[in-house]
Design a protein around this ligand. Structure first.
Ligand SMILES: Nc1ncnc2c1ncn2[C@@H]1O[C@H](COP(=O)(O)OP(=O)(O)OP(=O)(O)O)[C@@H](O)[C@H]1O
Ligand SMILES: [Mg+2]
Length: 428
């Protein structure tokens, strides 16, 4: 959080580092600047080369600062990857004020109290997300502030991640000269800011087609109930074209991004890509051929996603699907997803100038989530012991990632509560 009220969110992607800076103006998100830089030291959400990552972050920051006309000093970071776990948590605190009115400080204390539990050595707390509160005997309270009580309880979720992975990200941020405001669970923030409360309640799937992975998240009855990472993304599409065109990776990337379509039938017979192949020969590939390869790959990806989602046990995703991530910029991908998934699918890309590309969805999602949920205010006040500990117990989302079990209906009530809380916080 910057002194002048704006917030910066960073998405450390495998292909590109994306930084967005914004503020809330009259309840509306106003994007002030963006910065983007090729990423070299990241693999599927984990930093594998700190030096290279630092350079890329600095580059993205410089780009954003030029547009902002100010220095970016601190960032919230989108966190994602296989190392993330979500577990139920519970906190208890006594109300401080003598007149027993519950204040922000009590809410912060009860959230903090949930973090003082045992965690395995290799895990760290990323975030605590309240689902509902209990004030004395009254359960299911969405927002306890202003109510009267002696004892406040919080029921929620704790997001934890690998200490090693988080440490490398933290070091990269610090060495790039930035302060870390906090980690935010990327797909949760994105879902909560891109989908409506009704969609999250009815059921909606979020498909983020990135560079080396596709992250699938299912929201149902107001909560994130399932997440899965398919280790396939835009990079695989480019590599398919490298073989098909017998060309360099960079040329295949141009073919994909400038001539490729996700549906062969949409191809223009007069369009095609001229290039020099690996043997030094001048070559030409019609758009239809390029798109044929892309369609086959993407159809397979969506089929794998559908197979996973069908095992979640959510009756029907009446809200359909939301598609984002850089590779979702391919024309025709929305139509292909609708066909394969058998549900209406819409493309999510931020609407503000400068970030109007689905690759910015995650960074903008975090920014919106942080600003609109007052996250930056409450989290700043949280005491942050270096090592917070909780007892891990797999949530529905975790269990389903592994086994594809049925969704547990007994957890629905609190999830509705979470949806209502977000509704209140987001003011929708
Ligand atoms: N116009 C476009 N058409 C097709 N593909 C595109 C287009 N623009 C970007 N891409 C592809 O999107 C991918 C990058 O997307 P994104 O920035 O969401 O990934 P990332 O966040 O860096 O990676 P990951 O999420 O896997 O860590 C690249 O493979 C890139 O080629
Ligand atoms: Mg990504």
């Amino acid at each position: 959080m910057e002194a002048n009220g704006y917030v910066a969110a960073l998405d450390i992607g495998t292909s590109e580092i994306k930084l967005v800076v914004g503020e809330l103006l009259g309840g509306t998100l106003n994007i002030l600047a963006e910065g983007c830089a090729p990423s070299a030291g990241v693999k599927r959400g984990a930093v594998v080369d700190i030096d290279k990552t630092v350079q890329a972050i600095k580059q993205a920051v410089e780009h954003a600062e030029a547009a902002l006309g100010d220095q970016v000093r601190s960032v919230y970071v989108a966190i994602e990857g296989e190392h993330i776990q979500i577990a139920p948590c519970h906190g208890i605190a006594s109300v401080k004020r003598e007149d027993q009115e519950i204040t922000d400080a009590d809410v912060i204390e009860v959230i903090n109290s949930a973090q003082v539990m045992r965690l395995p050595d290799e895990m760290s707390v990323i975030d605590v997300i309240p689902s509902s509160f209990t004030v004395d005997q009254q359960t299911g309270v969405v927002d306890p502030r202003g109510m009267l009580g002696y004892r406040l309880e919080m029921h929620g979720k704790m997001v934890t991640g690998s200490k090693t992975i988080l440490h490398s990200i933290r070091r990269s941020i610090e060495r790039a000269g930035l302060k870390l405001d906090g980690f935010v669970l990327g797909n949760l923030a994105l879902g909560m800011s891109a989908a409506s409360v009704d969609e999250i309640d009815l059921g909606i799937g979020l498909i983020d087609v990135g560079h080396e992975k596709t992250t699938v998240s299912v929201f149902y009855r107001g909560d994130l109930v399932y997440s899965y990472i398919l280790p396939v993304g835009g990079d695989h599409m480019t590599r398919d074209l490298v073989y098909k065109l017998n060309c360099k990776y960079q040329d295949a990337k141009v073919a994909k991004e400038e001539y490729g379509l996700a549906l062969e039938e949409m191809a223009d017979a007069t369009e095609g890509f001229s290039f020099t192949n690996i043997n030094g020969e001048v070559a030409y590939e019609p758009q239809a051929e390029i798109s044929y390869v892309l369609e086959a790959r993407i159809e397979e990806m969506f089929t794998l996603v559908l197979n996973r989602v069908q095992k979640v046990g959510v009756p029907a995703l009446s809200g359909g699907y939301l598609l984002c991530g850089g590779a979702a910029a391919l024309p025709g991908i929305q139509e292909l997803a609708t066909r394969v998934m058998g549900q209406k699918t819409r493309l999510y890309q931020p609407s503000s100038i400068g970030v109007r590309h689905p690759k910015y969805a995650s960074a903008v999602g975090v920014l919106k989530y942080v600003l609109m949920s007052d996250h930056h205010v409450s989290k700043q006040n949280l005491e942050k012991p270096d090592v917070r500990e909780v007892v891990p117990s797999a949530t529905t989302a975790d269990r389903q990632s592994d086994t594809g079990e049925e969704y547990d209906s007994t957890e629905r009530e609190s999830k509705n509560g979470f949806g209502r809380l977000m509704e209140k916080l987001f003011g929708v």
